[in-house]
Design a protein around this ligand. Structure first.
Ligand SMILES: [Fe+2]
Ligand SMILES: [Fe+2]
Length: 465
């Protein structure tokens, strides 16, 4: 959908989808439901929607300021049937519709029937959701109107994606023998820092999505996000924060210079491979030193990121060698992301499992202050932790309160009887002020491996909003 022609086709399709639903809805008031004038537009509608699923699992239709917006394409050519349809949605209280992959004729037909038969006005999204399920609509759902946090998730995703593309182009440049500028790196680090101030959970949740194919790129961005989070907690100042973020993003850049193609190999290594890999911090130091805009201190942190707090790592140092004061931040961020990532030889650890393991290493291979800060930053139940509620529901923490002190929202994946939900449902956790939450409290963390359905990564995607 990149070219102008594509965009035009897309707009026409969007207008066609809404018009077809409007026509069907209008005619349902005049003809029996099996009548072609009711049925035909439903078929047209499905034909127009299906191509959208080539690129995405879902198609979002939002009613905003009297305008339909389908996948970011506003529909301005208002016809009478379109207006009729829009008014009906607005009257019932539907804020946004999501069409899911697998959508069938039946879903659209039953949905139109629901719109036709529902006389109630101003329903809440929960009420609409229940009524749609009761009406048998499976692949069309309403979305809770939560524009602010939706917005944050969208911004966080685009900042994250941008950082991935900067890292990948830096690495590609280097692999083809050029020295790239560091200006883009500094810019995305600044963006990430800003996003962490605005909504930390939104960006942190994305670090839980591990993409095996793009391991190095995602790992680099994750380490930068985690390092920036730690730097923020440690209040090291704006300039030092950028240095730490840049070091996080480029910490493994030296792997591009290795004789073996280890850059895409996240698994266990042979002894020879390990000797080779030990060269990457020094190679990274040299490369970062040649790039414009990269602060010297970032280059030092790159050189030192595997030396370890007790110097048990590599490269080996002279006695009395002092690490850069912020190297420990990069090492801790690197370690946490590696532990929570699926490797060929180990299942990923949960956020709390990784934290426990790292706490056992605090003061040994890891800097104890930084590990303590990571615990403080992520909280007892970090975003992405699978938890059991007092209601016996099981879900994933998606937002925390008061600087991660307590979970604030959980995406429920399993109902109280253990049955998997059709799709995650976000619920508020009772913050003890008699507000939202309906008495829900987090009782304990649970091992996602006990829930194979969720262990496949569903729970991490749920956490990313
Ligand atoms: Fe490394
Ligand atoms: Fe790394």
């Amino acid at each position: 959908m990149a070219t102008a022609m594509d965009r035009k086709n897309q707009e026409q399709a969007v207008a066609g989808i809404i018009k077809a639903m409007g026509v069907s809805l209008k005619n349902r008031g005049l003809y029996p439901s099996a009548h072609p004038l009711v049925r035909k537009p439903v078929e047209q509608c499905l034909d127009l929607i299906l191509p959208f699923f080539d690129a995405s699992n879902e198609l979002a239709l939002v009613v905003s300021d009297d305008t339909f917006v389908l996948e970011g394409v506003p529909v301005f050519s208002i016809t009478s049937s379109l207006e009729f349809f829009m008014n009906r949605l607005a009257r019932i209280g539907v804020p946004a519709l999501i069409f899911e992959r697998g959508l069938a004729l039946e879903d659209i037909d039953l949905f139109i029937r629901f719109l036709h038969e529902t006389k109630a006005e101003g329903l809440s999204p929960e009420e609409i959701r229940e009524r749609l399920l009761a009406a048998g609509v499976k692949r069309i759902r309403v979305k809770k109107a939560d524009p602010e946090s939706d917005d944050d998730h969208a911004v966080a995703r685009s900042i994250y994606a941008n950082a991935v593309s900067v890292v990948s182009s830096v690495l590609q440049e280097i692999q083809s023998g050029r020295i790239p500028s560091g200006a883009d790196t500094v810019r995305v680090v600044t963006d990430m820092g800003g996003m962490l101030t605005r909504n930390r959970d939104a960006l942190l949740a994305l670090t839980l999505i591990k993409n095996f194919d793009e391991y190095t790129f995602n790992h680099s961005v994750n380490v930068a996000v985690l390092a920036l989070t730690l730097a923020g907690e440690l209040e090291i100042g704006d300039e030092a924060m950028v240095e730490v973020g840049v070091a996080g993003l480029l910490h493994d850049v030296g792997k591009t210079q290795l004789a073996l193609d280890l850059i895409r190999k996240p698994g266990s290594l042979s002894a020879d491979e390990f000797e080779e890999i030990k060269k990457h911090p020094e190679e990274g130091f040299l490369l970062a030193g040649k790039m414009s805009d990269i602060p010297n201190s970032a280059a030092y942190m790159i050189r030192e990121h595997h030396m370890r707090h007790d110097r048990s790592g590599y490269p080996k140092t002279e006695p009395g060698y002092r690490l850069h004061q912020h190297t420990g931040i990069i090492s801790v961020a690197d370690c946490y992301d590696a532990l929570t990532t699926l490797r060929c030889y180990q299942p990923p650890r949960t956020p709390s499992g990784a934290l426990q393991l790292m706490e056992a290493e605090a003061g040994k291979s890891l800097n104890p202050q930084v590990v303590a800060q990571l615990r403080k930053a992520l909280g007892e139940y970090p975003v992405g932790t699978m938890v059991r509620l007092n209601t016996m529901e099981v879900g994933v923490v998606t937002a925390t309160a008061e600087g991660a002190k307590a979970p604030r929202q959980v995406a429920v994946l399993f109902e109280r009887d253990g049955k998997p939900m059709l799709r995650p449902e976000e619920v508020d956790i009772d913050m003890g002020e008699g507000g939202a939450g309906a008495g829900r409290r987090v009782v304990s963390a649970v091992n996602p491996l006990l829930f194979p359905y969720a262990a496949a990564g569903t729970y991490l995607n749920a956490a990313a909003g």
